[in-house]
Design a binder for this molecule. Structure first.
Ligand SMILES: *Cc1c(COP(=O)(O)O)cnc(C)c1O
Length: 574
């Protein structure tokens, strides 16, 4: 007996670095879920959109000003175009949608297909064709039309492709929640009239939802006037009749919450935060994980192959890293660091010193992430660096084209690079993507994470670092609350510093000065032991195999039917 298919529907899926249909953590995580499902032989199919211009290619001028260009890539080289075509009603016309396929193969050759929906077809008008041009570009209408394409298109395409047995639709973030409307259409008992509460109850049995951020901008809201224009009067009537919209607004998170049998946040702390945001709904937590074989650099993959039989098939075996001799960890890391330095030199012209302590800081440049917090007191940082023979900082990360604070942060970092050179050498790598993610998380000596709590739902780059024996220095937020064992897997910035930038920077400097740099400089084996601890305790747990297993057990397996009363509560919730 094969289990029914899980359809994993996501606005972005990071299948590979060269397939530019992702912007950051959400898409990379989606790719890791798909890769883990392929390894496990799990019946799953991914659905996303085909963005021909990707997110954007980032160029920085000498002052650190960000310039954006289309990120052209060749679908024909990376994907297979299928003959399947569906017609999705968007803004009063039928948009013709083609489907491209990318087979993601697991360790035993099991294939999880990812389907990319493509509206750039000659039969469509220009506005429709442009819907699969850019990820997170355009205005509210463009976004709602894209989400319509994704939500309705996913259900229609899977059916047209012959995937009759979709047991569960997994909405990865609220962007794909309009698939609920397509399922309601299918579930409708009679052809006439609006879907009923019973129809909704049947749809709820088939849907699960993962919410990814406590930041309000991450929860799309559309005015019902706009929804009326894009989806038509019948769908608005349905949303109203079933209590899926609030007054004059369609909130995609509320929609997904009200129509899902299971909802989860992406770390334990994020679960608490989400329950406070949506108090009437039951929200579980499945902490994220990263795909071990994808994010282990070549030197560490070789080390694990030699020392930990079966680690690719069973990531829990990474716990055995605790028995790897320290010098072998050091040798593998030296190779990964060397590879990063070479690549950064090639990209930026700046040659870093392999013997200097190097901190990696790569994440989306946006205010709450505080990428530049380590530069808050540049004089103090320079003094600390001087006392330990200098340090190096490697930054990367794009700012959304309209995120002026984020862009300002990049400018601040590049400006500091010019001012500090000598004791603190800084490089900012342009155009952060999955391949840079892999290079930096394996090549740094320390992975720094200083978001303003509680905004970091999970964070996954620190997990990639752990896969490569790179310890984290992090504020207590997201996954790190579960992964932090001080002096064993990394170092934590006291939770008491809260959201105060000065106090957080102060704690960060104190840790560097009194703990981390002295150990790195004078007690090599102790530093290597922390690196090894990051693998044994964190890589063995914060991996995509464990995450998928939790989804399979907690979410995808049919759950005991909840009482009618709690169904009713869920419908009214949000
Ligand atoms: C892993 C990854 C992310 C997510 O990292 P966070 O720690 O969640 O910020 C973002 N972008 C790229 C390119 C990545 O590889």
């Amino acid at each position: 007996m094969t289990a029914p298919l899980v359809a994993y529907v996501s606005m972005e899926i990071g299948v590979a670095s060269g397939i530019a249909t992702y912007s950051g953590g959400l898409g990379v995580l989606a790719g890791d879920v798909i890769r883990a499902a392929a390894d496990a032989g799990y019946p799953m199919a991914g659905v996303t959109l085909l963005y021909r211009d990707g997110y954007f290619r980032q160029h920085l001028d000498p002052a650190g000003g960000q310039h954006e260009e289309p990120q052209r890539w060749s679908p024909a080289e990376a994907l297979e175009e299928l003959a399947t075509v569906v017609r999705v009603p968007i803004s009063g016309r039928q948009v013709e949608v083609g489907v491209w396929r990318c087979p993601v193969l697991g360790i035993d050759g099991h294939c999880v297909p990812v389907y990319f929906l493509d509206a750039d077809r000659p039969a469509n008008d220009d506005a429709a064709r442009s819907l699969t041009r850019a990820l997170y570009g355009g205005d509210a209408r463009y976004r709602l039309e894209q989400e319509t394409l994704l939500g309705l298109g996913a259900v229609m395409a899977l059916r047209a492709l012959g995937h009759e047995r979709v047991g569960t639709y997994h909405m990865n973030e609220g962007h794909s929640a309009l698939l609920i409307l397509a399922l309601l259409d299918q579930a409708r008992a009679t052809d006439s009239g609006l879907p009923t509460c019973d129809d909704l109850a049947r749809v709820r049995e088939r849907c699960i939802f993962t919410t990814h951020t406590p930041v309000p901008a991450g929860h799309d809201c559309f005015g019902l006037d706009l929804v009326h224009e894009v989806l038509g009067p019948e769908q608005v009537a349905t949303l109203r009749a079933l209590g899926l919209a609030d007054h004059d607004v369609l909130n995609m998170t509320h929609l997904a919450l009200r129509a899902s049998r299971f909802t989860n946040a992406v770390a334990l702390r994020h679960g608490e935060v989400s329950r406070a945001m949506f108090p009437h709904v039951s929200i579980n937590a499945v902490t994220n994980g990263v795909h071990a074989a994808t994010w282990s650099s070549a030197p560490f993959a070789e080390l694990y192959d030699r020392r930990i039989a079966g680690w690719r098939r069973d990531n829990w075996h990474l716990r055995q890293a605790i028995g790897i001799p320290l010098h072998e960890i050091g040798e593998a890391h030296a190779l990964a660091k060397h590879a990063m330095i070479e690549r950064a030199a090639h990209a930026t012209g700046k040659v870093l010193d392999a013997n200097r302590f190097t901190i990696g800081i790569a994440r989306r440049a946006t205010a709450y992430k505080r990428n530049d917090l380590i530069l808050r007191d540049a004089g103090r940082l320079a003094r600390i660096a001087r006392a330990f023979g200098g340090i190096q900082l490697v930054f990367a990360g794009k700012a959304h084209p309209r995120d002026w604070d984020g862009k300002g942060m990049i400018g601040h970092i590049v400006g500091a690079a010019n001012a500090l050179a000598g004791d603190v050498d800084i490089v900012y790598v342009e155009d952060y993507d999955m391949s840079w993610g892999a290079a930096l998380t394996s090549g740094a000596d320390l992975w720094l994470n200083t978001p303003r709590p509680p905004n970091e739902a999970s964070g996954t780059s620190g997990m990639k670092a752990a896969m490569n024996g790179v310890p984290s220095l992090s504020v207590m937020d997201g996954w790190w609350i579960e992964g932090a064992v001080d002096g064993v897997t990394g170092w934590s910035i006291d939770a008491q510093t809260g959201t105060d930038d000065d106090r957080t920077a102060d704690a960060l400097y104190a840790l560097l000065e009194r703990e981390i740099l002295p150990v790195y400089a004078h007690d090599r084996d102790r530093y290597l032991a922390v690196m090894r601890g990051a693998i044994a305790f964190n890589a063995s747990h914060f991996n995509a195999q464990r995450m998928l297993a939790q989804y399979a057990i907690d979410a995808y397996m049919p759950q005991p039917r909840e009482s009618v009363e709690s169904d009713e509560q869920q419908r009214r919730a949000g």
